[in-house]
Design a binder for this molecule. Structure first.
Ligand code: KMH
Ligand code: ZN
Length: 273
């Protein structure tokens, strides 16, 4: 079985210090959280950025400052900026980090309810626009799917030339408005992607670790981090993203799955070496 790629989604756009005081806002805090995750075994950092007061932003300069500062201390880690940003942002606002030519970036494959009155909007034309941008710039998309229909959209847009194969999916499961975080639905998603595709699973909240176990034994990959979950266990706040990554590493070792380095992750995902 391939080695396990662990992605740490250190910050997100919605979670705040009120949920967990270790959620990073400043450049220094992002470097601290990325570093702890990397040292614990993460090879990819899925990155959102904030202004110092915690407001989500897709500002290119803020992304550059954070990415440069992470790479200055951890040169080999893969940094995967979000092009999802936060609900309500325009397409061009969201696409700003692609101007930095990262190795990877997220590409959200459909629209979904996002709690309360919020709608995370990704029309077919938006997905095509983002896909074209990533092909132009040689950025490997991580295809964020919050529901099965979003896999079908990605497969259609692959046939039309907006997304290249082999595709890499992220099954984001347990969002209020998306697919549930159950094992039954995990099996459904996992069985719906092409044989040459890779996937990672991001279970939201209490689904984070059970779905990590499913992916570890299935040969998939795992995402954890404050964006998805701030708790190490029921009633126990994680002190850092590193603690969440370390728990996945412990489980993987018990189950006989080795952990990929960033160089190994690049090979598995077909990124430039
Ligand atoms: N913050 C969500 C609205 C992504 O990073 O591409 C979108 C999101 C997905 O987090
Ligand atoms: Zn994200």
């Amino acid at each position: 079985m391939e080695k396990l790629i662990i992605t740490a989604a250190i910050c997100g756009a919605e979670v705040t210090k009120e949920h967990n005081p270790a959620v990073p806002y400043t450049v220094e805090e992002c470097v601290r959280e990325a570093g702890l995750a990397y040292e614990a075994g993460a090879s990819i950092i899925h990155l959102h950025v904030r202004t110092d007061d915690g407001t989500p932003t897709q500002d290119k300069n803020r992304f550059k400052a954070v990415m440069d500062a992470i790479h200055a201390k951890y040169p080999d880690v893969i940094v995967q900026p979000s092009t999802g940003g936060a609900v309500g942002m325009t397409n061009d606002e969201r696409l700003q980090p692609t101007e930095l030519n990262p190795e990877m970036a997220t590409l959200d494959c459909g629209t979904l309810n996002f709690g309360g009155d919020e709608i995370f909007e990704n029309t077919e034309n938006t997905i095509k626009y983002f896909g074209e941008r990533m092909i132009e710039r040689g950025i490997k998309p991580e295809l964020e799917v919050f529901d099965k229909s979003m896999i079908d959209m990605a497969l259609r847009l692959n046939k039309k030339g907006f997304i290249k194969a082999p595709m890499h999916f992220d099954f984001v499961m347990g969002v209020n408005g998306g697919i549930a975080g159950t094992l039954r639905d995990f099996v459904f998603l996992r069985g719906s992607i092409p044989a040459d595709a890779t996937y990672t699973v991001a279970g939201v909240g209490r689904f984070e670790f059970p779905l990590a176990v499913a992916a570890i034994i299935d040969g998939g990959h795992v995402r954890v981090g404050f964006e998805d979950n701030t708790m190490l266990a029921k009633g126990v706040l994680a002190k850092s993203n590193g603690e969440l990554v370390a728990k996945v590493v412990r489980i993987a070792k018990e189950l006989g799955r080795e952990i990929a380095t960033p160089a190994e992750a690049r090979k598995i995902l077909g990124l430039k070496q």
